[in-house]
Ligand binder design. Structure first.
Ligand code: ATP
Length: 443
């Protein structure tokens, strides 16, 4: 059998253990749309919570927002998405494959041996055609041009059109930011690599409004903060790097753009973009809406359109990144031990409680401990099978600590703590378990 790739292993583990399932699987699935199961939803939520906490909760200069997915269609004319949110698409007349013309080097054709599309003698590619990535639908019962609305392809526009609402209803002054987490939709031509590129995904975007002239400085500051956030998430810093957009790559709205890239098995890929969007978006919304969006700076008595520094990350993409980074296989006494070595703060389950046997009063103590822990942090109770197997089951889903109740517990009221990463064990008092966990999770 061909050797499984890391991605094959992750997809299979994700399904088997309830992280991620293919959407509508019983009907054969829907292309590049995925559902998060019990552990996946917890993992992704933990990633989003850390993002929200670091920006909205821990800082005084950023406010939160949750704008609707459906927006006035003029928003997308103003933003340039109706005319310009396109990718060049080529089709192969031989294999019927469809590829992004600007990403051919990353693609492989269906011919054998598989090559970059266009490089095999049998390839017969069409000229590139521009393809708009926005999903369209209709508002109301009549399907006519006048009622076309779009599923938003980015969350940022909901922030721009609300920036004055937030400013006027909070006590913020420029510089300040607005953060939002929400769904975005793109009819991608070549989605793939599991949840890396999907047609429905979640973005974690923050737009920081600054005085023109201070934008370069803020851009650098945000680059630093965002890279550190990924490192604090537990990602291996050696697998993170910057990619600066050259002139040909810069989006129409951007003065400068850097991507944070991670080295996946399928190459270095963007996980977050930091963009200096200037006053492009606010300027366009001012023009298309006819409403003044200028900021009045009391100290100087000046009016101006703020510049915007954007940090834009994909919640699903970061979730895939933490799963990829955390995955490891170890040889333990001739057996493979699979571990998801998540940073404890994002591990879906923080602690497992395991009674060594199902008798002698051990389950009663273990259940009590489990309920005590579960009131504070997500926990799991497992009394099935050999203790070694139970530890492995927790390793595979990334549970940092297992607490085992055994016969000694009956006499000395202590339990074994078994550590996921080192497999080492120590003994602590039953009444020390909660403080033990909370102090480590706060660290
Ligand atoms: P790419 O070049 O990979 O298509 P992009 O430059 O269009 O990405 P942005 O518009 O900058 O991406 O989006 C910001 C972030 O949103 C990306 O860094 C990524 O994490 C996430 N993202 C964008 N498109 C998708 C998608 N189709 N599926 C999952 N996440 C996505």
């Amino acid at each position: 059998m061909a050797e499984l790739t890391l991605m094959d292993k992750l997809v299979s583990l994700a399904k088997r253990r309830g992280f991620i399932f293919q959407s509508s699987e019983v009907y054969g699935g829907l292309g590049s749309v995925w559902d998060y199961g019990p552990l996946g939803v917890a993992l992704k939520r933990n990633v989003k919570d850390r993002w929200w906490h670091s920006l909205v909760q821990a800082r005084d200069d950023i406010e939160g927002l949750d704008a609707a997915i459906l927006m006035h269609p003029k928003v997308w004319e103003a933003s340039g998405h109706v005319s310009g949110f396109t990718d060049p698409m080529v089709d192969c007349r031989t294999c019927k494959g469809r590829f992004r013309a600007d990403k051919l080097a990353d693609a492989r054709c269906a011919q054998k041996p598989s090559k970059i599309p266009g490089e095999h003698s049998a390839c017969d590619l069409t000229e590139p055609r521009m393809f708009n990535l926005m999903f369209k639908t209709f508002m109301g019962p009549v399907e006519e041009t006048a009622s076309v609305v779009y599923l938003r392809p980015e969350t940022a526009q909901g922030i721009y059109v609300n920036y004055l609402n937030v400013l006027n209803s909070s006590r913020q002054k420029i510089p300040f930011g607005i953060a939002q987490i929400g769904k975005a939709f793109r009819n991608e031509i070549t989605p793939g690599n599991f949840i890396f590129r999907t047609r429905e995904f979640e973005q974690m975007e923050m737009q920081f409004f600054v005085r023109p002239g201070t934008d370069d400085e803020w851009f650098e500051r945000w680059r630093e903060i965002r890279m550190q956030w990924h490192i604090d998430l537990g990602l291996n810093p050696e697998k993170l790097r910057w990619h600066a957009h050259g002139d040909g790559e810069l989006a129409h709205y951007a003065k400068a753009a850097y991507d944070i890239e991670y080295e996946f098995a399928f190459g270095w890929q963007e996980i977050e973009g930091i963009h200096n969007r200037t006053d492009f978006d606010l300027g366009r919304h001012q023009e298309y809406s006819g409403k003044k969006l200028e900021y009045f700076e009391q100290a100087s008595g000046e009016r101006y359109l703020p510049y915007v520094v954007e940090t834009s990350a994909g919640a699903d993409r970061v979730t895939l990144t933490v799963m990829t980074d955390a995955y490891r296989e170890e040889d333990v006494e001739g057996e493979v031990r699979v571990v998801l070595g998540f940073h404890p703060s994002i591990a879906p389950i923080k602690a497992a409680v395991l009674p060594l046997t199902k008798k002698d009063g051990l389950p009663e103590i273990a259940e009590q401990l489990y309920h005590d822990i579960k009131r504070r942090v997500p926990a799991y109770y497992d009394d099935g099978g050999a203790i070694g197997r139970r530890y492995r089951r927790q390793d595979e889903i990334g549970t940092p600590w297992c607490f085992t109740v055994d016969h000694d517990t009956l006499t000395d009221r202590t339990v074994t703590v078994r550590h996921r990463d080192t497999m080492q064990q120590e003994r602590i008092g039953l009444d020390q378990v909660l403080p033990y966990l909370t102090s480590r999770l706060e660290a």
